[in-house]
Design a protein around this ligand. Structure first.
Ligand code: NDP
Length: 308
């Protein structure tokens, strides 16, 4: 059994920032890195919008910088996953994938979220070579190029509008004959001359020699007027939603209908005293490295206040 004042679960910007602050506050935190050390950010190619890196930074390097900063102040960073928790008593219990039990006074959940993918084979083949799930992160690399965004919700509209500011042309690939997004977002999309909405289209496959150069779509699949359509694109952006990685905590911590952990507005405080949530697992809106880092900082400060 391992005893700690502060257990941090997750190793994205929220988790490492929480570890930096918690170790500087002498909470001697233990951080479990989880399945994807460095978090979602490591699936992108370059980070250009995190303050402090004027020339941009390779995501693994940025996450390694954060990790080393936390280690410098004594954070105990461990490979491995938390597979079970019990928050039913004042002391919180967590169990690792190799059978270790951790007993903690406070827990910071920073397990992030994962973008949903369509599940077609070519999506995996071109991941990082034209396929992205974050226009704000990767859009800049497609300046003056043609791209497509999949999805018809608010995220897809936001991504399409953002990309329209950079790219020559943006297709929206929408499986239904209408958008699900809010009226105001729909209006903006329809008014943007660079965006073309392809209703009732589904993606069959991506094509290209080593990088995305096009996509084969099907219009009105299964109907009498079904037809295949090809579009020339260099970027293919998924915007069909995210899954917050909160399943492990659902028996204890309050989540919303999409699974995001509910926190007191503007704070990382959850319904369980001593348990805090930071980063994308509690944030359906901003989902940026900098906002995740900020909430990790707040979580460590709240953990410190709780222990006082
Ligand atoms: P949504 O679940 O709202 O939308 C997902 C979209 O992706 C839908 O159009 C859906 O189609 C489509 N989709 C899902 N699976 C597939 C698939 N396999 N193939 C093709 N299309 C697919 O997710 P969002 O991320 O857009 O939004 C999540 C929440 O966050 C919403 O409540 C939204 O309002 C909110 N949000 C608010 C913003 C704001 O206020 N500025 C910005 C961004 C998000 P279908 O309609 O057919 O199911």
């Amino acid at each position: 059994m391992i005893r700690t004042k502060c257990l941090i679960i997750g190793s994205g910007p929220a988790g490492y920032t929480a570890a930096i602050y918690a170790s500087r506050a002498n909470l001697q935190p233990i951080l479990y890195e989880g399945m994807q050390p460095g978090g979602q950010l490591t699936t992108t190619t370059e980070v250009e919008n995190f303050p402090g890196y004027p020339d941009g930074v390779e995501p693994f390097r940025m996450m390694d910088d954060m990790k080393r900063q936390a280690l410098r102040f004594g954070a105990d960073i461990r490979a491995g996953e938390i597979v079970k928790v019990d928050f039913s008593s004042e002391l919180k219990h967590a169990f690792t994938d190799d059978g270790e039990e951790i007993v903690a006074d406070t827990v910071i959940i920073a397990t992030g979220a994962a973008a949903k993918y369509l599940g077609i084979p070519s999506e995996r083949e071109y991941k990082g070579k034209g396929v992205s799930a974050c226009a704000t992160c990767d859009g800049f690399f497609y300046r003056k190029k043609r791209v497509a965004v999949v999805g018809g919700g608010d995220t897809a509209c936001e991504e399409a509008l953002y990309l329209a500011g950079l790219c020559e042309k943006v297709y929206m690939i929408v499986r239904k004959p209408f958008l699900r997004a809010s009226d105001i977002m729909q209006q903006r999309v329809f008014q943007d001359p660079k965006i073309e909405v392809l209703f009732e289209h589904n993606t069959l496959r991506l094509t290209g020699d080593g990088r995305v150069e096009g996509a084969d779509l099907v219009y009105r699949k299964g109907e009498s007027d079904e037809k295949e359509v090809h579009i020339d694109i260099s970027g293919f952006f998924l915007a069909i939603g995210h899954h917050p990685n909160s399943t492990l905590f659902k028996d204890f911590v309050e989540t919303d209908e999409q699974g995001y952990i509910v926190t007191r507005p503007g704070t990382p405080i959850t319904n369980i005293s001593g348990v805090f949530a930071a980063g994308d697992v509690a944030d359906p809106h901003y989902r940026q490295a900098i906002t995740a880092a900020a909430s990790g900082c707040k979580a460590a400060i709240e953990a410190q206040n709780y222990l006082k």
